[in-house]
Design a protein around this ligand. Structure first.
Ligand SMILES: Cc1cc2nc3c(=O)[nH]c(=O)nc-3n(C[C@H](O)[C@H](O)[C@H](O)COP(=O)(O)OP(=O)(O)OC[C@H]3O[C@@H](n4cnc5c(N)ncnc54)[C@H](O)[C@@H]3O)c2cc1C
Length: 513
């Protein structure tokens, strides 16, 4: 029970807001709204000398925050609300907290918190463009704190490392600065409902040398690191060319899924554009780009026609495509294939396969698969805990008509965020969870500014339609715009789109630092 007193006090009691007696009698600070759903919160206002004994009863805390205007009081009230904690503010998690904040947080129907290991959000499918320099990440970065304030949720910086299901608490690892000094010690956050959306990282399948010698594209930090290393490599090779020394640069991408294929096209564009900005001794043909795939065709998860079109496009862009070639070891400046052949490679990027973060594998008894994904039911509720949900790349969600789980894609995370939003709103009202049904709208592969190819799924016929060129590019871009609409609304997304256009017209096509 939360109590507040109205009266004349020498000073405001700790944690309690104060209406002075005159205001209460004049009614100048009346309840502005009584529609609070904090069923557990009772607010009693007792005027010590003027007979205002009991102003409100159950579910009236909302008025107190407005009338008393006290931050302390707000904190007390918020603590008594149902607390939904979402861990991971990525493609799915950030959309979910934004909608929950706008609907439930704003009206104080629930307390919404987001926990993320980073301070800013960048939509992950853009990372290969950040790596190549064709996209300036800072223009597409969202600061969680600012976004939280605008959309009525709380943000906590930290990396989840454990879970105490009996206490309903998540464990956040101690936070250290770049010098290794502890900034915040390990802490715990209590939840009523927990949603885990921590995404995935590349899976190197234990390949020897991969961790030491490969670059990965799992985070903005890694994408920026790649970009810097690439620029330095170009600079070094340009200098060697100037001195008449051998100066070829070999870049290998292991894994020819969508990420690997799109990255290859972005890198080819970078190698073509750099001379325009002054590195005129290094030619694009000096930069050899190879995509290496263990399966017998690239884009093995997509239809054969798409794979064939993508192969043709890569070859047209002078990207070497090696299929049926599992990599057995990565060395500092080379790759060893399963058949023993060694390929020179000064820069190697690992883009084959994904796995969920390791801490999920043993998370206080929750069920996980071999790829560390949490096992969830059709409703996205974890199989062993009614208070914990998981979605996006870190969850294995069954599909009714398939023996394969929902694929780890941005479009799936986006759809799951929508379903979970409905489920969590229902949950507060004691209603049923909504089952998730994945609607595959097709796949699109973008070859930088050159072209886009893809298949669109016909919702009624179930057949896919092959598209390419400008139409395909339009659909490709719309996936990101949908994400922006979910985060900012239509009007702001329109403004951002306009600003992007202006920025592209004013700045170099490639980010050069
Ligand atoms: C280069 C690249 C290109 C891609 N292109 C496409 C594409 O074109 N189309 C498509 O559909 N999909 C694409 N994908 C896949 C897509 O990005 C993912 O499927 C999607 O981002 C998954 O969303 P998510 O919310 O599950 O996780 P993510 O978007 O990965 O977000 C996870 C969040 O959790 C946070 N986090 C991680 N661990 C912790 C922790 N322990 N504690 C707190 N926070 C944590 C991270 O900081 C991050 O913010 C691409 C992926 C990559 C890497």
């Amino acid at each position: 029970m939360v109590q507040a007193s109205v009266g004349v006090y020498p000073k405001v009691p700790h944690g309690i807001g104060l209406i002075n007696r005159d205001q209460a009698q004049r009614g100048s600070k009346k309840p502005l709204s009584l529609n609070c759903h904090a069923g557990t919160t009772t607010l009693v206002l007792a005027a010590s000398s003027q007979g205002l004994d009991k102003v409100s009863e159950d579910s009236q805390a909302f008025f107190a925050e407005r009338a008393l205007g006290s931050l302390h009081f707000k904190a007390i009230v918020m603590e008594n609300l149902h607390h939904i904690v979402v861990v991971g503010g990525g493609a799915g998690g950030l959309e979910l907290v934004t909608r929950l904040g706008n609907k439930l947080g704003k009206k104080h129907k629930a307390r919404i918190s987001l926990v993320d290991a980073g301070l800013t959000h960048v939509w992950k499918p853009l990372l290969h463009e950040v790596a190549s320099g064709s996209l300036d990440a800072s223009a597409n970065e969202i600061n969680y704190r600012a976004h939280a304030r605008k959309h009525h949720y709380e943000f906590q910086l930290g990396r989840m490392s454990g879970l105490d299901r009996s206490a309903k608490e998540i464990v956040i690892a101690a936070f250290h600065d770049d010098e290794g000094n502890e900034v915040v010690p390990e802490r715990r956050i209590r939840y009523d409902t927990l949603v885990i959306a921590v995404g995935s990282t590349a899976n190197d399948f234990g390949t020897p040398g991969a961790q030491e010698h490969c670059l990965f594209l799992d985070s903005l930090r890694q994408a920026r690191r790649f970009h810097n290393l690439m620029l330095n490599a170009f600079l070094r090779k340009n200098h060697e060319a100037l001195q008449g020394k051998p100066h070829s640069l070999n870049i290998s991408i292991i894994g020819a899924g969508a990420t690997g294929v799109e990255l290859a096209a972005e890198l080819r564009l970078a190698s073509r554009e750099l001379p325009v900005y002054g590195m005129n001794h290094l030619k694009s043909s000096d930069v050899s780009i190879s995509v290496i795939e263990a399966a017998d065709r690239i884009l093995p998860a997509l239809p054969g026609r798409l794979s064939a079109a993508a192969t043709r496009e890569l070859q047209r862009q002078k990207v070497q495509v090696l299929t049926g070639q599992p990599v057995s070891e990565v060395r500092e400046n080379s790759l060893v294939m399963k058949d023993g052949t060694e390929l020179p490679s000064e820069m190697t990027i690992w883009a084959a396969g994904i796995k969920a973060p390791g801490f999920l594998a043993d998370l206080d008894g929750l069920e996980a698969n071999r790829g560390n994904q949490l096992m969830v039911e059709q409703t996205l509720k974890t199989t062993r805990d009614d208070h914990i949900f998981a979605f996006g790349d870190c969850a294995a969600c069954p599909q009714p008509d398939s023996d394969r789980p929902v694929p780890p894609r941005a479009q799936a995370a986006h759809q799951q965020a929508d379903t979970l939003f409905e489920t969590l709103c229902n949950r507060l009202e004691g209603k049923e969870a909504v089952p998730f049904v994945y609607n595959d709208h097709g796949s699109l592969i973008n070859f930088s500014k050159y072209t886009t190819v893809g298949n669109l799924m016909g919702n009624l016929s179930g057949r896919s339609m092959y598209i390419e060129g400008k139409v395909a590019r339009l659909f490709y871009v719309s996936l990101y715009r949908m994400h922006q609409v979910a985060l900012h609304g239509f009007v702001r997304t329109g403004v951002i789109w306009l600003m992007d256009k202006i920025s592209r017209a004013m700045h170099p096509r490639l980010k050069l630092h």
